[in-house]
Design a protein around this ligand. Structure first.
Ligand SMILES: [Zn+2]
Length: 169
């Protein structure tokens, strides 16, 4: 039997009001907030259990009566979404190659080289090229022989091997 945390995403699929704000998902009754979640159909056992657990979790929460509903992007201090804040959020825990720091990486974009050379350089420094080892990390099914460098056919094809170590290249 699946744990309830795997059933919660299904609840969202069954919600009849996916795009509404919190204020539209309940009402104030005698000073207390009462949730009024709407569903597209009746539930079966596990989903019904998950819906009850969801209601018990959110029952301790009540919206602020004097505040307008709205969306907040928690990755930026002002709550407003921007591409820059999404990029920072997405790359915060990433490790770059040890030979280069983030400031140096940012300066790649200021060079007068052609745009495609800049993009390729950035991809090399971030280890984002479609080398065999990176393809395998992204679940592309490659056998052991297919992982080898296409030039020397001896070593595993990695960015470092391809640009720095391969004797054929
Ligand atoms: Zn090679």
């Amino acid at each position: 039997m699946k744990p309830l945390k795997f059933v919660f995403p299904r609840l969202f699929q069954l919600s009849a009001n996916k795009d509404v704000f919190i204020g539209e998902s309940g009402k104030w009754v005698n000073g207390s907030w009462v949730w009024d979640l709407k569903w597209r159909r009746e539930f079966f056992d596990r989903v019904s259990e998950a819906a009850n657990e969801l209601l018990s979790i959110i029952s301790n929460f009540a919206p602020n009566a004097g505040c307008a509903d709205g969306w907040t992007w928690i990755a930026s201090p002002d709550g407003q979404y921007s591409t820059k804040s999404a990029y920072i959020k997405a790359t915060r825990n990433e490790t770059t190659m040890s030979i280069i720091n983030k400031e140096t990486l940012a300066r790649v974009w200021d060079t007068p080289a052609p745009q495609k050379a800049i993009v390729t350089t950035w991809r090399i420094l971030r280890n984002r090229l479609s080398t065999c080892d990176n393809l395998r990390k992204r679940n592309v099914p490659l056998g052991e022989e297919e992982l080898k460098c296409n030039a020397c056919i001896h070593q595993k094809e990695t960015t470092n091997h391809f640009f720095l170590l391969c004797p054929k290249i």
